[in-house]
Design a protein around this ligand. Structure first.
Ligand code: ASP
Length: 335
């Protein structure tokens, strides 16, 4: 059944699983577009198809570049930029808003071969935060720049500036009016193994709807929302950031693999279904290791997600996307 699910060429899957694993041979990419109270009943077929095709566009673009031998960092930033420019997702255009009705963006990227990382927080005018995070990694001695300081550095690197209102879509304005009832999260993330065998991760977000002005979530904190290490895994998280910060989730996936000897899949499940659940934290992650093992795992109702790569067993290239979760997971997960 699992085998069938992976290979039948359906346009999308309406019944998903909160935990899946893949084994890839060669370059491979996984993306997410946020986790949260994403349930079938809230979406029309057209909306599902639009989300699905948006995920596929990014996966196809990313995989093509990886297959051509492009550096993983170029691909991570390219894919994050596509997702940031897509108003469907909570990153860049379409980001959620603060309690004051403005948009503040966070992002980070990490290279698993060098462990170099770059991050930004509290951006109000930079169109593509992931690009700026990369430039901070490459052109400053620092890892994280915030607010005005980050934007002033951006002027030296020819980043595109926009008015804060550019990020606000009609949908987010409507959600802002009723944000107190909202449970849905967002965020976009990319993890991949490139043709050179190196791991990369990146994450970009508007944060949490109605967040306090100045609040910084897990996304720009290396080890919380994003981490990559060739000896462990590349990980990108989404969910209620305060819990991911407290538990250092992205690094903890790596730590449990390297120090506890768990597989990637075991480590991800232990953290999401064990540690995070016990803490009542909500969200999920995508991850890939240097052997090509990959997983997505989430304890929320759904997570926009997809993967593309050559399957180790069949040697066929698989493109798989999914949105909703399996509500029976607590009985099955074993933690
Ligand atoms: N983790 C993000 C934050 O807390 C939000 C999300 O993933 O939806 O800022």
């Amino acid at each position: 059944m699992r085998f069938l699910k992976l290979f039948i060429a359906l346009p999308f899957f309406v019944i998903g699983q909160n935990h899946e694993q893949f084994q890839f041979d060669g370059p491979a990419i996984l993306i997410h577009g946020g986790a949260g109270g994403i349930e079938r009943k809230y979406y029309t077929n057209e909306q599902i198809a639009t989300y699905d095709s948006s995920l596929r566009v990014v996966l196809n673009a990313g995989y093509t570049l990886l297959d051509e031998g492009c550096s993983g960092m170029d691909v991570v930033v390219h894919c994050l930029t596509l997702l940031e420019n897509n108003p469907l997702f909570n990153a860049g255009k379409g980001a959620v808003v603060t309690a004051e009705g403005t948009v503040e963006l966070d992002a980070s990227v990490m290279n698993g071969a060098t462990k170099k990382a770059g991050a930004v927080a509290g951006l109000k005018r930079i169109k593509n935060p992931a690009k700026l995070a990369r430039d901070i990694m490459e052109y400053t001695p620092h890892i994280l720049l915030i607010g005005d300081g980050a934007e002033s550095f951006a002027k030296t690197r020819e980043h595109e500036f926009v008015e804060n209102s550019y990020f606000l879509t009609a949908k987010r304005k409507g959600q802002y009016q009723r944000w107190k009832e909202m449970k849905k999260n967002g965020t976009v993330g990319v993890v991949l193994k490139d043709a050179h065998g190196d791991l990369y991760a990146g994450t970009s977000t508007g944060g949490m709807m109605g967040k306090q002005y100045g609040r910084v979530g897990d996304v720009p904190l290396i080890g919380a929302g994003t981490y990559a290490d060739n000896h462990g895994a590349a990980v990108s998280c989404t969910g209620h950031g305060e819990y991911f910060i407290r538990e250092n989730v992205a690094f903890q996936v790596n730590a449990r693999m390297q120090f506890e000897g768990l597989t990637l899949e075991q480590s991800a499940s232990r953290i999401i279904f064990g540690v995070l659940n016990e803490d009542a934290g909500n969200g999920g992650l995508i991850a890939i290791d240097a052997k090509g093992n990959a997983t997505w795992t989430f304890n929320s109702k759904g997570m926009f997600r997809g993967a593309k790569g050559k399957m180790k067993t069949s040697q066929k290239v698989m493109l798989h996307t999914d949105i909703f979760g399996d509500p029976t997971w607590p009985e099955n997960c074993g933690f």
